[in-house]
Design a protein around this ligand. Structure first.
Ligand code: ADP
Ligand code: MG
Length: 720
């Protein structure tokens, strides 16, 4: 540990500062992407046009153009120094997977040629047996296919080992079932397009482009010096510290949040941004976060499929660049107990170039009515499907965050801000929906008062906040893929939009209602039934948990409690009716997520036992021996000795040992299935882990500093 501290001081790091005079933004941004400009230059016109139609309107791809596209991609990649191509996909581990193949193929005459055909572009066959499939594919049929996701551009990944052409793909089993995060996201995009278009047509719109759903992802992370990182097996194996006493100085003084960015970190950030610009990721903001050693990066919002790929790239670039600067980038939701955790705020909206965001109030009464209707749809969606939405962010690491008085609570509610809440209240109460009485807002006739932009900033305690022209889902964990949350938001919103369109058709065509009156009536009905989900108060307060229960809102605190909602009869029906996930796919996903929970906790428990026995206990015993010897010596000299520390030390040492033994016994217990196993770990094992930690952390406060083996919180958080 002491060596690690002195090694930190020797770290030097400089980067070439980014300078838009020398590196022109237009040359830099997207220079490694097979983007529109490159395609136009390299593709025959008809091929280019056909490809664009598929990319922009989601039309079926014409298979006959694949060879031409592949050949253009190959030429471009080779001209930029690429040696390999890889289908990039997103298995259910939440990570990014790649399989590299060389462009080089023997020509049969002793030489070699560069090969890359249309069929290798469209489809790949990685050895899929090592990726989780939850029963969808037994190992003897270990075939899984990667299929080119034509809507996202291919790109070149450059690193110290060379240049690779990366092709974004979906990953499916040989029976066509989704084995990844992207496939159902793409299906849910289709559902949003279909249902939103249907409603917009009923509202009188004609001739508009494909409806998209957008994601703007704020990514939080920690940076720790690598010398400390490798001295903490818990950090590099479990992603978080399993031990560590509270530092003398915490985050109370907020001096980090408002402080300047440390030099090494700034150099790192600049290089991250340069790498991401090249990949066409529109990074926009960088800043310190609340906790010492914590930072945030956020790109501009994009189409959700692209934003998802880009978020995965951001996470890998952060990690790899951190290494170059002698640091480790921690994505875990709670690397340090008692210190703020990291989340991923998912800014969510739907719309397109014709409409902008459909969650934007707009200026005319017509736009306002439409806005209120889409807002009402979101309110209904979150109220009806709170537990399902909660399940999308359930994982072992995020359990440390949700509900821990710094991240949103595990109760799914919506923050609307006072003004918008008042407007819905008025509509709710208005008994005469077309009332012309003064002061009553007439939907579709009056204009809304201007709503404050980013009203959400004033309430950081809500898991789902309206922020002026979008909703911000703040419960996603920093290590998670956004795809899970995004596809559930899409599906539950599509369901509400479908409901609204049906109701609108009934009122207008069945009962001859005027459009405006029908819209008002539907908003009114929705608010009357679903306003229990609206909450503008302090989500951290204990009163809210009580109040939420009265309102019938679920409070699912842990993963084993939250996951089952993903696979209820109701959820299956919902996902199947919009073609997002089938029963078999949901079974497989639920089982994988439980398995991941079990694996994560088991790894942690195993590590905790090992570290306490092989690092903490020996240090404590050494100190105990020193104290005991000192006591004996003092007695021999006829002097009294200070017994206090020896007694406290011995008590905690004994406690540590017996907690470790208890954990070890618990790990040998047999279980009927994954779900029961997860519950056992959560309810029985985790409390003993906490106990073990308490003994260890007390020991850290007693044992002589020069004997303590693990880098401490203050060292990891404050030494840069
Ligand atoms: P804050 O920290 O105040 O929440 P940031 O600027 O850090 O704000 O992040 C806001 C994110 O929301 C950015 O990624 C931004 O591009 C995104 N965003 C803005 N408008 C929309 C929208 N209509 N739909 C989705 N995301 C949006
Ligand atoms: Mg935000």
């Amino acid at each position: 540990r002491l060596n690690a501290i002195s090694a930190v001081n020797k770290t030097t790091s400089t980067s070439k500062p980014l300078n838009f005079l020398e590196e022109k933004p237009t040359d830099l941004f997207g220079c490694n992407v097979f983007n529109d400009k490159v395609m136009q230059e390299h593709l025959p016109k008809p091929v280019y046009k056909s490809l664009k139609r598929t990319m922009e309107n989601g039309e079926q791809m014409d298979p006959s153009i694949a060879d031409a596209v592949a050949s253009a991609m190959k030429e471009w990649a080779l001209s930029r120094g690429a040696t390999h191509y890889t289908h990039v996909f997103y298995p259910l581990t939440g990570l990014t997977a790649e399989k590299h193949d060389s462009f080089l193929e023997p020509d049969g005459r002793g030489g070699a040629i560069a090969q890359f055909s249309g069929s290798t572009l469209i489809q790949g066959e990685p050895d899929a047996s090592s990726f989780p499939n939850g029963g969808l594919r037994t190992t003897f049929e270990a075939r899984g296919y990667t299929a080119w996701d034509i809507t996202n551009p291919a790109y070149l990944l450059e690193n110290d080992n060379g240049v690779f052409l990366c092709i974004p793909t979906a990953f499916v089993s040989w029976t066509g079932e989704a084995l990844d995060k992207k496939t159902p996201l793409l299906r849910s995009n289709q559902a949003i397009h279909t249902q939103t278009s249907r409603l917009l047509k009923l509202l009188g719109h004609k001739n508009f482009g494909r409806i998209q759903n957008f994601a703007g992802v704020e990514q939080e992370y920690f940076l720790v010096d690598r010398n400390f990182y490798f001295a903490r097996p818990d950090l590099y194996l479990a992603g978080r510290t399993l031990f560590g006493a509270k530092p003398a100085k915490g985050q109370e003084q907020d001096d980090h949040y408002f402080g300047t960015i440390p030099k090494r970190v700034l150099a790192f950030m600049i290089e991250v941004e340069r790498d991401l610009y090249k990949l066409g990721v529109p990074v926009k903001t960088r800043h310190n976060e609340v906790a010492p050693g914590q930072y945030e990066i956020a790109p501009m919002f994009e189409d959700s499929n692209l934003a998802n790929d880009h978020n995965q790239m951001i996470m890998s670039v952060l990690k790899s660049v951190a290494k170059r600067y002698g640091m480790a980038c921690l994505m875990h939701e709670k690397p340090f107990a008692g210190i703020n955790g990291s989340g991923k705020h998912l800014n969510y909206s739907i719309g397109n170039g014709d409409f902008g965001s459909l969650f934007d109030p707009g200026e005319t009464p017509h736009e306002n009515a439409q806005f209120l209707l889409f807002c009402a749809a979101m309110i209904r969606a979150v109220h009806k499907n709170g537990p399902l939405l909660r399940s999308s962010v359930a994982c072992a690491s995020n359990d440390h965050r949700l509900g821990a008085n710094e991240a949103p609570p595990a109760i799914m509610s919506i923050f609307l801000g006072q003004q918008l809440t008042d407007i819905f209240e008025q509509i709710k109460k208005g008994d005469e929906v077309t009332s012309k009485a003064k002061g009553i807002l007439r939907v579709g006739v009056d204009t809304l008062p201007p709503l404050p932009m980013d009203a959400g900033d004033r309430n950081r305690t809500s898991p789902f906040a309206f922020t002026g022209n979008r909703f911000e889902f703040r419960a996603v964990g920093s290590s998670q893929s956004i795809a899970g949350a995004q596809l559930i938001l899409n599906t539950i919103l599509a369901d509400s939009l479908d409901y609204i369109s049906n109701r609108l058709e009934n009122l207008m065509y069945g009962e001859n209602w005027e459009l405006n009156d029908a819209v008002t009536k539907i908003i009114q009905e929705i608010i009357q039934e679903h306003d229990a989900v609206i909450f503008n108060g302090d989500g951290y307060s204990s009163e809210w948990a009580v109040e939420a229960e009265k309102r019938g809102l679920a409070n699912l605190r842990t993963t084993p409690e939250a996951l089952p909602a993903l696979n209820t009869d109701e959820s299956v029906k919902l996902f199947e009716s919009f073609g997002v996930l089938s029963k078999r796919e949901l079974d497989s996903r639920t089982s994988i997520f439980f398995e991941q929970y079990v694996n994560a906790i088991q790894t942690e428990v195993g590590l905790a036992i090992k570290i306490s026995r092989t690092s903490i206990l020996p240090a404590a015993v050494r100190y105990q021996t020193e104290l005991a010897r000192n006591c004996l010596n003092m007695k021999e000299l006829g002097l009294g000795c200070v017994q206090g520390p020896l007694t406290t030390l011995t008590e905690n040492l004994n406690g540590l040992e017996s907690a470790a033994n208890e954990l070890e016994t618990m790990l040998t217990q047999k279980h009927s299935d994954e779900q029961e196993h997860a519950q056992f770990l959560c309810n029985k094992v985790l409390p003993v882990m906490t106990e073990l930690r308490e003994y260890a952390d007390r020991l850290e406060e007693i044992v002589a500093d020069d004997l303590w083996p693990l880098p401490t919180y203050q060292e990891m958080l404050f030494i840069k």
